[in-house]
Design a protein around this ligand. Structure first.
Ligand SMILES: [Zn+2]
Ligand SMILES: [Zn+2]
Length: 462
């Protein structure tokens, strides 16, 4: 038996006025004076050369008309003339290819499909359930599209309208690069998903979105969990278990594990993040901030034997580094195979581990200003190790310019961090990282993590 200490489930400090604070001394608040000092001393972030831009940002090597205008106006860069100012046939075919790929995971063989839409927005598909994280599809990450506010560098690779049916949306906190009013309005209109959000965000949905159906928003404190299951009659996701504040008539009487009639479910848990919240300038700390672990459970049949497969995805939200990730790793540690015979399944003790980590690697300079709230790529790798993710994808970079580092630097520093970590293996410390274990993707990139990939790693490393 393991002699490791039990994980500590640290909570955010709750003040008497209902606001929240980080429980770690490493979080040092940054106020207006700090922002003024930063802006006074900062230089414009360096932008890569045209051919590097082409290589880095354009999905499949294509730049769109908006990219040309942006590069010319803001950086004096003239991309190659051969790129048309209009959407080319290649671009159109790329868009349709994306949609085709996204539709591939309708089978229930235990694979996870992940698409990076940009910044912290991912489409995660597993067992017929489609989940979206921190949905931002607008051109600006700001309350208004004004000059000087963060503007999208790369076009969004898919619209809300063109997404496959979205069942559940997680929102980590209320900063404008994570919570976008227009995107949420479109999602409600087109998909009517369930939103899983941190404490106190429901009133934003009631006020700004005027969402009257309360059952579509579930608030979670750190370590709390909601269970969402595909309804056998409607085929839509419904809340079957949620923290006690939720009205009981909203909780449907389904068995809370996959059945032939309701073959997929997802348990979404909020986990700690070292960050903060503010939307208007007068509401700092009024809403909580968090990351999420989503555990998908689905029925599979092979040779007449029915099993339950569990797959999980971690989304960090925005965060500075905290040792609480070691506790997240312990709580969600895999203790064996993720595929179990149906008869053996104890829903409250299903082992799973973290399959895919979605971890920020950008918005880290200058460190004196950013380190309490945003990790750098070296710390991102530490989170990947702490949570024991089999694969991770770098996010929160290359989409909006928020901070001072060169915009193409995060993936380079991430690759270097992995290289450096591998060098210590030769001196007998740590384990060697596999190629592709933690990488940054191009916008619109999709990858299917198959059962073969994930289960092999399960046997090897756990
Ligand atoms: Zn933030
Ligand atoms: Zn952010």
């Amino acid at each position: 038996m393991s002699t490791e200490t039990q994980p500590e489930r640290v909570r955010a400090i709750r003040k008497s006025d209902g606001t929240f604070r980080n429980p770690w001394p490493a979080f040092v608040e940054r106020g207006l004076l700090h922002v003024m000092k930063w802006k006074w001393s900062s230089s414009a972030p360096k932008f890569p050369k045209p051919h590097e831009v082409h290589e880095l940002f354009a999905p499949k090597g294509l730049l769109t008309a908006d990219d040309h205008v942006f590069l010319r106006r803001h950086h004096g860069i003239c991309p190659r003339k051969s790129s048309s100012a209009h959407r080319t046939p290649q671009e159109s075919s790329w868009a349709s290819e994306w949609f085709h790929n996204a539709a591939l995971c309708e089978d229930r063989k235990g694979q996870i499909s992940v698409t990076w839409i940009g910044h912290s927005t991912f489409l995660v598909q597993c067992g017929g359930i489609n989940m979206l994280t921190d949905p931002v599809f607008s051109t600006h990450a700001a309350p208004m599209k004004l000059p000087g506010t963060p503007k999208r560098m790369v076009n969004v690779p898919v619209t809300v309208e063109d997404l496959p049916r979205i069942d559940v949306v997680t929102i980590s906190h209320n900063h404008y690069d994570h919570l976008d009013t227009q995107s949420v309005q479109e999602l409600v209109r087109e998909h009517n998903p369930i939103f899983v959000v941190p404490l106190n965000m429901k009133r934003w949905f009631q006020g700004t979105i005027q969402l009257l159906d309360e059952s579509r928003v579930v608030e979670l404190d750190w370590w709390e969990e909601a269970t969402l299951q595909l309804c056998p009659t409607t085929g839509r996701l419904i809340v079957v278990e949620a923290p006690s504040e939720m009205s009981t008539e909203l909780v449907h009487n389904l068995p809370r594990q996959p059945t032939p009639e309701a073959p997929s479910l997802v348990r979404v848990s909020a986990v700690p993040a070292q960050h903060w919240s503010m939307r208007t300038g007068f509401d700092r700390y009024h809403e909580l901030w968090c990351g999420f672990v989503a555990r998908f459970s689905l029925l599979t049949s092979q040779n007449d034997a029915t099993s339950i497969v569990t797959r999980s995805v971690f989304h960090a939200g925005d965060t500075g580094y905290t040792a609480a990730y070691k506790d997240v790793g312990k709580v969600y540690q895999s203790t064996g195979s993720c595929t179990q015979p149906l008869a053996d399944v104890n829903p409250s003790a299903t082992p799973f581990g973290v399959d895919i980590g979605l971890i920020p690697i950008g918005a880290y300079e200058p460190r004196w200003m950013m380190s309490p709230q945003h990790v750098d790529p070296i710390e991102a790798l530490q989170i990947h190790d702490d949570i024991g993710a089999k694969f991770s994808i770098g996010m929160h970079w290359g989409t909006f310019i928020l901070t001072d580092e060169p915009v193409d630097e995060p993936p380079k520093l991430l690759a270097k961090a992995l290289d450096d970590a591998n060098k210590t293996v030769s001196s007998g410390r740590g384990r060697e990282r596999r190629p592709g274990e933690f990488v940054a993707w191009r916008h619109g990139e999709l990858r299917n993590f198959t059962s073969e990939m994930l289960d092999t790693l399960n046997r090897e490393t756990k």
